[in-house]
Structure formats: C-alpha cells, structure tokens
Write a protein that binds this ligand. Structure first.
Ligand SMILES: [Fe+2]
Ligand SMILES: [Fe+2]
Length: 321
C-alpha cells in the first residue's frame, strides 16, 4: 500500500471513532474548503492545504512524497532522532523498514498540536458539560500550549528522517480517538462495585497486562481501592493533550465519579481531591499502544502484508474482529 493511501485510510478510521461524529467533521472540513476558496496571494500561500481533508492537525506525513510502497513500518510512541538512527541502524543490518509510524507529534504535527484540542469540548458535552463552559475554559489552555510549543525545536526528527531518507508519518489524535472509544465501550459502560474492580478489568486488557508485568500497571491516583466508582468516563484519552484543571470541577458537577486518564497532572489531581472525583491513571504507553493496535488491525484488513517492528514504547497486540 502506498504511504499516501495508508495515511488517508488512517485519518478516515480515526474520523469514524471521533467523539464529534462524522457529520460535524464533514461540516468542519467544508468550512476550511470554503475559507480556502476565498484566499488569495500570501494568505493562500500560508494556508495548510492538509486542512482541506484531514481534521487532525497533529497527524500528517512529515517525510516522504506519499508514493512510497509501505509493507513494514517501525512503530514508536515517541520517535525522535535517536529512534530515526535506530531505524537506520536496523536497515543497515538488513531489517526492512519502509516508514516510521510516530504517535506523539513531531514536526508540523507538533507545531499545530493545540488545534485538535476543541475536540475535548465534545467529549465533555457527551457527559452534560455545557459547551460554552468548556470552550471558555479551554481557550486559555490552548493559548498556553501554543506558546509553549512555539518555542520548541520542532523539526529535528523530521530533518533526521529526511537526511536518512526514511519516510515518516504521525498519527496522534487519529489513534487516541480509537483508544478513547475502546475504553468507553469496554470499561466505562460496565458496572463495578469498587475502583479495584476497574483496575482488575483494565489489567486484563493485553497491553495493560504487558505493562503491568513490567512494573507499570494502571493505578488509582485518587480514591480508595474499595471506593465506589460512580459514573466512569475516559475524558483524558483524546484531544491532543491535557485540558485545563477547570474541567475537573465541571465534570464533578455533571455527575462524574471516576475519570480514567493516561496522564494526570498534579494540578488536576489537586482539583480531583477537592471535588471528590476518583482518578485512575492508566499506563500511558499501554493506552497509546491500544489505539495504535486498533488502527493497525483495521489497516491490516486492507493491506494483508502489513508488518511492524515495535519500538519506543509500542507493543503490538492483534485483535480478532
Ligand atoms: Fe496518545
Ligand atoms: Fe500519549
């Protein structure tokens, strides 16, 4: 399968699991297309044409023409210059690596990370948090993320891949949507008597089993193991990066009892304690692996020969259906 085909399919698979729903996404893309049509001169030159079809600003091909034939990818949750060198070293030793599949954004996917964050408003709206509240609280946080990333050395990994001639692409929110939906369906929708029961259920998911055996299990960041979970949500699985701490109080008011998260910030934890919301911190790398695995399973149906090398935190688990 060509890189371009593979990446386009990945984006569409991510859209199918998106909390906003397909119609809302199509509307969003239409707006970008209408905006683009009206642009001229310099404004048009600086417009990111990727936005005309791909709603995920943190997911894109960062090196390659798209015409490359892809059968075997090195998949990593964090791929930076060391991992690009690792890929090159492996290639030298005879391993076939057609492309790098990167989860945490690099290059322009990182530069534009904060632009996917409005998705969080829709995740919270599903629990009953008013969209006007969430939007108002999210804006300053998005500005902070934008300014913080703005000062980063954004294109090191991209350049390393260019210099070594290795095609590379980012899938971030694309696969985070898939793990969000998976956790919502397999954990949040079920009933548990205690937080400990949730931990046990999580630990039975192969990626968490793998990481738990290596000393990185899902943990209760706030709450007692015998405590009742109340309403369980996975609000911190997709949407670019952590939302503002204010979201904690909003969720508490909306009746949330337990939040499943990939990474809990100290400020969020303080808020959770203040508002009596339980927090379960699911192993970050295991959680990201689940999303990537679900995407690879879907892509493998279309490209039967698709094969992976696991690297940088990623562990491959194949699911049947
Ligand atoms: Fe992720
Ligand atoms: Fe992550």
């Amino acid at each position: 399968m060509k890189l371009k085909t593979l990446f386009t399919r990945a984006v569409h698979i991510g859209m199918e699991a998106d909390p906003r729903g397909k119609k809302a996404l199509e509307k969003l893309l239409k707006k970008q297309q209408d905006k683009y049509k009206k642009l001229e001169g310099k404004e048009k030159e600086f417009f990111d044409e990727e936005r005309l079809w791909n709603p995920y600003s943190d997911s894109r091909i960062i090196n390659g023409t798209g015409e490359e034939e892809i059968r075997r990818v090195m998949v990593g949750i964090d791929i930076e210059t060391p991992e690009v060198l690792l890929a090159d070293r492996l290639r030298e030793r005879g391993e076939k690596i057609d492309a790098l599949f990167i989860h945490h954004p690099e290059g322009r996917a990182l530069a534009d990370l904060e632009k996917v964050m409005p998705l969080q408003v829709d995740v919270l709206a599903q629990l009953g948090v008013p969209v006007n509240h969430a939007e108002a609280q999210l804006r300053p946080r998005m500005d902070r993320i934008w300014r913080a990333i703005h000062a980063d050395n954004l294109f090191r990994t991209e350049r390393a891949a260019e210099l070594l001639g290795i095609p590379a692409f980012n899938c971030h929110t694309v696969t985070d949507n898939l793990v969000w939906r998976f956790i919502e369906q397999t954990i949040c929708k079920k009933e548990y008597d205690s937080l400990e029961e949730i931990i046990t259920a999580l630990r039975d998911i192969p990626e968490y089993t793998h990481y738990a055996k290596k000393g990185n299990p899902p943990i209760i960041a706030h709450g007692s193991s015998g405590g009742r979970p109340g309403k369980i949500v996975a609000t911190e699985f997709t949407g670019g990066t952590n939302g503002p701490e204010d979201f904690l109080e909003e969720q508490s008011r909306a009746g949330v009892g337990t939040i499943l998260s990939m990474h809990v910030t100290e400020k969020t934890l303080e808020e959770a304690k203040k508002h009596h919301v339980n927090m379960i911190q699911c192993s970050h790398m295991a959680s990201d692996s689940i999303g990537i695995n679900l995407l690879l399973d879907a892509l493998s149906k279309e490209e039967k020969r698709l094969d992976v090398i696991e690297a940088a935190g990623f562990v491959r688990v194949k699911r049947k259906k």
